[in-house]
Design a protein around this ligand. Structure first.
Ligand SMILES: C[S@@+](CC[C@H](N)C(=O)[O-])C[C@H]1O[C@@H](n2cnc3c(N)ncnc32)[C@H](O)[C@@H]1O
Length: 303
């Protein structure tokens, strides 16, 4: 069983855009809990193949994508790797180009709901936030390394936090090493507007946590590398489908599809229905874009 806590976002819309026929080869760049992966596996059938990646070891466990891969070992190859290394992975397993590529960016419920990972201020834990827990610097180390101005820029850009300078000043002074210490430092810097609104509104540290997560995992560099590699990963006329959760990500996807001359399958990004957002609030900022790779708009694709 895939994890009970994770609901795949916009599953119907994603399937309609990835649209893998029986026998297709699909690359799922972000296997996570295996929600979308399971649907691809069913669609491609016994003669198809799904190559799935996730850099987080947690995704490879039995109650996540690891379980889906184990149950469908005949057609799933699950590899622990960042999607910036997708070309290397495909070379290693002898796949030239895939028919469709899917990426569901950002953080999974498996990561958010596991306090020890340090992604959330809902429980106290070391300030880690690395998706790949075997490599790279933690969020606490990042705060220590960046100077105050760089840290403020990260919080402003990736968190869209207008009080970034005040927050950066306090973080550099306090150097928090736990999630609780980070949340308290942000409240010390900007106060807690929820008090005035009797507990309403988001936690004042929400945007700072998001910014530090994006920087710790170099999420935008990873996305740039993936988007740049699309023509080498997907066959001409194949599909690239990306689900993003941040305006910077969505802008990158939109511009790259346009600049590469791909044919957009979504003129505007698709967004979740009100019902989906009600049932799964984590879907609320999702934006879904798709394009035919390497095909200029208006070109005749008929054989
Ligand atoms: C939103 S979740 C995917 C959920 C999945 N589609 C499902 O239905 O279960 C994003 C996943 O992508 C992984 N991830 C994020 N950035 C990655 C990257 N650059 N390379 C590989 N995996 C990445 C995360 O570790 C996380 O497990």
């Amino acid at each position: 069983m895939a994890s009970a806590g994770h609901v795949p976002v916009m599953l119907g819309e994603v399937l309609a855009l990835v649209d893998p026929p029986a026998g297709a080869v699909v690359l799922d760049c972000t296997a996570g809990a295996g929600g979308h992966l399971r649907a691809f596996v069913e669609r491609v059938g016994p003669h198809g193949r799904v190559v799935a990646l996730d850099r987080d070891p947690r995704a490879h466990q039995e109650d996540a994508a690891g379980g889906v891969a184990a149950r469908h070992a005949d057609r799933v190859t699950l590899v622990q790797a960042p999607f910036s290394a997708a070309r290397t992975v495909l070379d290693r397993i002898g796949v030239e180009r895939v028919d469709a590529l899917f990426a569901d960016l950002g953080v999974s419920s498996l990561q958010l709901d596991e306090p020890a990972r340090g992604f959330s201020f809902r429980a106290d834990a070391p300030l880690d936030m690395r998706m790949d827990t075997s490599a790279g610097e933690t969020a606490a180390e990042l705060i220590r390394r960046l100077d105050e101005r760089e840290l403020a820029d990260v919080i402003y850009l990736y968190g869209e936090e207008h009080k970034s300078r005040r927050i950066a000043r306090v973080l550099k002074r306090d150097l928090p090493t736990t999630t609780a210490a980070l949340a308290e430092a942000v409240i010390r810097a900007v106060g807690d507007p929820r008090m005035a609104r009797r507990g309403g509104g988001i936690h004042p540290a929400t945007r700072t946590f998001q910014a530090l997560r994006i920087a710790t995992n170099r999420e935008l560099d990873e996305l740039d590398a993936l988007l740049g590699a699309l023509p080498s990963l997907v066959r001409p006329g194949g599909r690239a489908v990306v689900l993003s959760f941040h305006s910077l990500e969505d802008r990158k996807v939109k511009h790259r599809f346009r600049d590469e001359g791909f044919t957009a399958l979504t003129k505007r990004p698709q967004v979740p229905s009100d019902d989906e957002i009600k049932a799964n609030p984590r879907a609320r900022s999702a934006k879904l874009r798709a394009a035919l790779v390497g095909v200029e708009p208006g070109r005749d694709l008929s054989p």
